[in-house]
Each structure stands twice: as C-alpha cells, then as structure tokens.
Design a protein around this ligand. Structure first.
Ligand code: GAP
Length: 513
C-alpha cells in the first residue's frame, strides 16, 4: 500500500480513537460520506468557527453575521441556477453496478498520464544529477510532451462537451480511452446522464398539499435574500459584508477522502456587497486577506497556493481557489468569487421585489455587486488535523503522537493531573479546575501513570498539562508541561490563568492576520 494511504488511514483511526470524528450511525453500519463529530471534534470545530467569526465579524465594523434557515422557498433555487445547472455528469458500470462521475473518471485518467510524465522527469533527474535542467527536460523530452499534450486534449474535449451538454461525446471519450471501472476492470458503461446534487424533501402534512423543498446546497442564498433586511436594519453603507456559518447538503456521488467531500457539511461564507465597478479591487483584497487568515494558523506557507480559474462560471467575472496540501495532494479549501450582480438580479426577477441600494454619494439606486469568500468548515478541519498530527521520536528513543494544534484551537486548553487521587492531591486538583473552568475548557484526570496521561493529552493536542504533587499542597505551585517542547517548569497556581491565557487566546491568531 502506498505510504500516503497509510498516513491517511492512520489519521482516520486517530480521529476516531480520540473522540474527534466517528462514522455516522455506526452501530447500523454507518451512512456513506456522513460523519459525526465527537467530544474533541466538536470543540475543535467550534474553535475554528470562532476564529473565522471573530476575524470576519468582530474585526470588521462593516461585516455582520446572520443565521438563516436551512429550508428556503423553492423558487430561490430556481433563481440561483441550482435547479437547472447544479449537476454532475454520471455514468454507471453495468457489470459492477457502481456509479461514477464521468468527469472524475477522465480527470483520474489524466492524473495517471501526469504521474507517467513525472516518473520520466524523476528518472532523468536521478541520471543527470546536479546537471539536470528540469525546465528544459519538460519542454523537450518527447515522452513528457506527449503525455502532457494528451492530457490537454482530453480535458479540453471534455470541457467543450460538458459545456455543450454533449453527454454522448463524454461517453465516447471514456470508451475511446478504454477507461475501466477502477475496482473491477469492466468497460461496460451506460450512457452519461446529468444528476442534480440537491436533496429534495417535502413541507406539509398531506401528500397532495405538500410543497417540494430542497435542503440548501450552499449557505450563500440565505445571505442574498436577506440583503435588504440586514442593510436596512444595520444601517450600514456599502461596502457591507454579511457572514454566515451553517450546514449545506449535496448528494455527492463520488464522496471519498473522509470529511473532504461529504453529503452533509458546513460552510463559512461571507458575501461582500459593493458598488458596481469596484468589485475587482475588493476581489483582490479578499484573496489576500483570506490567504493571510489561513497563514496565521502557522501550518506552513508552502502548503497553500492559489488556483485562478481560467474558465469562469457565467455569473462570475473573477474566481480563485485557495488550495491546501492535503495528504492526497493540493485540493480546493476555499473559493473566492466575484459574483457580479447575478444573484441579487436573479432574485429581483423571480420574486418581483426590488433588491436595490440607494447610494447617497453616487445619488443613484443600483443592484450591488458581490465578492464571496466560501470555505468548507469540515475541509478546514481536515487541513488542520492532517497537518498537525505528527509522530515524533524523542531523545530517549521512545515515540509519541502529538497533535500540534494552534493553541487557540485546541479542544482542551489544560489537563489537571494530580499524581494520585489520595492524600488531598485530587481535591487540590479539583479546586484548580473549579477556579479555571470559567475561562478554559479543561480535563481532570487522576488515573494511569503520569506518562500515559501526558501521551493522551498530546494525542488530542492539549497545550498544557498541570501536574499536582505533594509539594503543591504546601507551596501552592504545580508542574506545568508544555505540549510542544515537553519542558516542565514549576509555576505558582496563582499564575496559571495568565500563562494559559497568553498561549491560548484567540488574540494570538487574530493579531497575525
Ligand atoms: N457559495 C459558493 C459555494 O458553495 P463551492 O466551491 O461549491 O462554492 C465552497 O463550495 C466550499 O465549500 C469549498 O471550497 C469546500 O471547502 C466546501 N465544500 C463544497 N462541497 C463540499 C462537500 N461535499 N464536502 C465538504 N466540503 C465541501
């Protein structure tokens, strides 16, 4: 098995073993691509939300936050284009009865061609050593050129066929390339069909009178339809940002890679409403601001890159993704889109209500333009979790697994560990717990050896362990162990609140943005 797969498997089992993420409905054998967050996962997720909310709403006096309903009027999804165009092209294998995304089969085929090109490059790099000129080799080696040219031809034919809704040609391409079901090798394919990703449901008591609804596939539309409510009640001028964190649902067909692509997930979205003609400047500003927000987490600048979209959706005049280096390669983490006035204008048309803003400076009414930032909370969780989970070999040759989370995000800020429960040490620990619990989420533990208890806290990313011994009872000091350096120092109990706060306060992250 590839090393990368091993790492990912370990990550999934660590997430389960330490109460971060469980397969949903596990005792009934689970539900595919749906997950539950356990006691530590829920804390970490809440802390990530807080980091985003504070950075958006608290730090910007022209951004406010809302919480709109998941159920929305069905015409909203007609206006937004989701009813007609929120589709994936699907193909079934007649022998294995498995369903695939036709575009993903073709993209995976191209990824294999790229692997072959990469192998040629690696082989040549080894052969030529220091004298190797990668750029020249890539531009002249016939095999590399052939593999790359083939990828380009496949992807551009696929894009054209999808654009023209020529699904027969997408199938023809799969057959010409002799692409097989990756699990069974069968090439016995059905036609390609479009499949809408929205989940339908019904509102109402009786079958006749019930209205068809959708579970929202993005939180953004709840912001668009409330634009005037918020603008008028907040009395903000433009630019005005409206932020929201909430669940979204998509009937994803290819739902692999753990919480990377789920059917029920959370988004953190912000729509920035601006005067027409100013949107591209704000788009650039938000690209930079959002990257800085990610970088402040300290996961390494080399793990992020922008992917500017060359082909734009019909409603956008600029779009980019922030990609992160997940254990399975660089993939989209966040989208930043300049969405023009598409959504508000579409809602004006379908609702018959004006969604315009009177700009006193320009002395005119207009439909605002919108720059959107949209990040998947679960995807961000995976980015942070995968980056921070490390196996370390210590100086004495022993090993530990540590989750080196940014301290502000850690589920538990400090663990209170009396060496033993008896002799009053347990009571002393409880006293400290009761004093600090108003400020920090903590754990009290008095079972097992202190070494084992340290390892458990390292594995969930607790920045501090506070050990209480017999001396503590007389001199009111404790041993404070730092998760990352593993250094231990004797500190006064009276200083604990200040020390923990200095390390774990959100200010540490927010001041770096
Ligand atoms: N309102 C814009 C929008 O929804 P998107 O690119 O479809 O754009 C935005 O989604 C973000 O939501 C993505 O960058 C990703 O982080 C997250 N996301 C999308 N689909 C997801 C899924 N099935 N599971 C987990 N996260 C998902």
């Amino acid at each position: 098995m590839a090393k990368q797969e091993d790492v990912f498997k370990k990550l999934i089992s660590h997430a389960k073993e330490y109460g971060f993420i469980f397969p949903s409905s596990e005792i009934y054998d689970g539900l595919s691509a749906i997950y539950d967050y356990g006691q530590n996962g829920a804390e970490l997720k809440n802390n990530i939300k807080q980091y985003w909310w504070k950075a958006m709403v608290q730090l910007n006096d022209n951004i406010v936050g809302i919480d709109s309903a998941i159920f929305m009027h069905p015409t909203i999804w007609k206006a937004s284009g989701h009813v007609d165009a929120f589709n994936d092209p699907l193909i079934d294998n007649k022998d294995s009865k498995k369903r695939f995304r036709a575009d993903v089969l073709l993209e995976d085929y191209c990824a294999k061609l790229e692997d072959k090109a990469q192998k040629e490059i690696d082989k040549a790099a080894k052969r030529f050593g220091d004298a190797f000129d990668k750029n020249e080799f890539e531009n002249t080696n016939p095999r590399v050129l052939e593999y790359r040219e083939k990828q380009k031809t496949i992807l551009s034919r696929m894009a054209q066929s999808l654009e023209k809704e020529d699904l027969a040609d997408v199938k023809a391409l799969i057959e010409e390339l002799e692409i097989a079901d990756p699990d069974t090798g069968s090439k016995n394919w059905t036609d390609v069909r479009q499949f809408n990703l929205m989940f339908g449901t019904k509102l109402g008591a009786s079958a006749d009178s019930a209205t068809d609804l959708y579970l929202r596939p993005e939180t953004a539309q709840g912001i668009f339809v409330n634009f005037l409510n918020v603008q008028k009640t907040s009395r903000h001028k433009l630019p005005l940002g409206i932020a929201q964190i909430g669940k979204a649902f998509r009937n994803e067909i290819v739902a692999r890679q753990f919480i990377f692509r789920m059917r029920e997930f959370e988004q953190m979205e912000m729509q920035y409403f601006v005067p027409p003609g100013t949107e591209l400047g704000f788009y650039e500003t938000w690209k930079e601001k959002r990257l800085n927000w990610h970088l402040a987490l300290g996961l390494g600048a080399e793990n992020y890159k922008f992917h500017d979209h060359e082909k734009l959706a019909h409603y956008a005049n600029a779009a980019a993704d922030i990609e992160f280096k997940f254990p399975f390669g660089f993939k989209e983490l966040e989208g930043i889109h300049s969405r023009t006035d598409f959504d508000l204008s579409a809602h004006e048309k379908h609702s018959g209500r004006k969604l315009q803003y009177f700009d006193a400076e320009r002395n005119e009414n207009y439909v605002p333009y919108v720059v959107e930032t949209s990040v998947g909370l679960d995807r961000l969780f995976l980015a942070i979790f995968s980056n921070c989970l490390k196996d370390e070999v210590l100086e004495d040759g022993s090993e530990r697994t540590v989750l080196s989370l940014p301290p502000a995000l850690a589920p538990v800020k400090a663990a209170i560990l009396p060496l033993m429960k008896k002799d009053g040490l347990g009571e002393y620990g409880e006293k400290i717990f009761n004093e600090l619990k108003y400020d920090f989420n903590m754990i009290y533990e008095d079972k097992d050896s202190i070494g084992k208890r340290y390892r458990r806290q390292d594995a969930i990313g607790t920045p501090f362990c506070i050990t209480i011994d017999h001396d503590s009872l007389t001199d009111n000091t404790v041993t404070l162990r730092d998760r990352d350096t593993m250094k231990q120092e004797r500190v006064a109990v009276a200083d604990l609140r200040r020390i923990i706060d200095e390390k774990t306060n959100f200010r540490n992250l927010l001041s770096k943005i």
